[in-house]
Design a protein. Structure first.
Length: 322
């Protein structure tokens, strides 16, 4: 009798093991054969990997100047493809928890077509690329955002708001929370100044903002165009801004990638060059640098990755080897 019970128990156990094995194999075959899931990257065991690999860290993606007007807009409208500038980089941008950059033009429905001159603007369809790329916030504190005056500035904010894209550089702190960590964004324009300084009101804004967030990110439009290293006056200001409470400084305006450093443990990128622009007349203005920063659940910088970009086609960047 005991032998019979033992044999029966082993038989039932074997059947259960075979059943569970069949379920696992069948599940992976279903996932691997579903075209929709495959397009989302869930083929085979990648579905399980994505669940297992979820981490509490928060990733920030940032990059250089984005100008969607002039020839950038003309090329997109010729193709009837307003996502064109972002097509080769959107996946990496969208994958980050927060994506932001400097937007170098006002956005207006009556923006005229022109391929030359220094008065920039873009039509609102050009913002489709920002939505497609998962952009969360843009800096508007730069030397071109008022090319069409306050009317153009306010229309820009309206079009961004309609697409749920936040705008910093407006004299106010922008706050985004991700998984319990509060990130703050500020932007200032000090372009073409060899010894830039913040005003007392701007200093007070940085200090006050630092008290309200876990990670304070300051976007700086500074320096002088077409130089590969930051000016001494810019470096001095960077130290001051870190002293006021900034945890990350992202610079732009020179249109060339410049050097970067840590100041008191805080990363300072003096210029990330051009990301999307129509300055195709030199090698340096085709280059850019994207940065992916990882912060832990306490708001501490845990890791960072430098991602060089290059525009081999008109205004369309792609990631390249350094």
């Amino acid at each position: 009798m005991i032998n019979f019970i033992r044999i029966l128990f082993l038989t039932v156990l074997s059947v259960l093991v075979l059943y569970l094995l069949f379920v696992v194999i069948f599940s992976f075959k279903v996932i691997g054969s579903d075209p929709y899931l495959n397009e989302l990257g869930f083929e085979n065991n990648k579905f399980m990997e994505k669940i297992v690999e979820e981490q509490p860290e928060i990733t920030i993606f940032t990059t250089g100047d984005v100008m969607l007007g002039r020839t950038v807009m003309i090329k997109a409208y010729e193709r009837e493809n307003y996502l064109f500038p972002f097509e080769k980089v959107a996946d990496e941008m969208r994958d980050a928890d927060i994506t932001f950059f400097n937007l170098e033009n006002p956005v207006m429905e009556n923006c005229p077509y022109h391929s030359s001159g220094y008065t920039f603007c873009a039509r609102s369809k050009m913002l489709d690329g920002l939505v497609f790329s998962g952009v969360d916030v843009v800096n508007l504190a730069n030397n071109h955002i008022l090319n069409y005056g306050n009317k153009g500035f306010e229309e820009t904010r309206q079009h961004l708001g309609e697409r749920n894209i936040l705008a910093t550089g407006t004299g106010e702190l922008i706050i985004i929370e991700r998984r319990g960590v509060v990130f703050g964004f500020l932007g200032f324009d000090k372009a073409q100044q060899t010894n830039p300084k913040l005003t007392q009101a701007e200093i007070d804004l940085v200090r006050g903002s630092d008290m309200q967030v876990d990670v304070l990110i300051v976007s700086m439009h500074w320096g002088v165009e077409y130089q590969d290293k930051a000016l001494p006056g810019v470096r001095t200001l960077a130290k001051e801004i870190v002293g006021y409470g900034a945890d990350l400084i992202v610079g732009h305006h020179p249109h060339w990638v410049q050097d970067w450093e840590f100041i008191d443990g805080k990363p300072v990128f003096y210029s990330l060059g051009n990301f999307i622009f129509d300055q195709m007349w030199s090698e340096e203005t085709k280059k850019g640098l994207a940065v992916k920063l990882t912060y832990d659940e306490d708001g501490n910088l845990a890791d960072y990755e430098l991602l060089p970009t290059y525009m081999s086609s008109w205004s369309q960047p792609e990631f390249v080897e350094d």
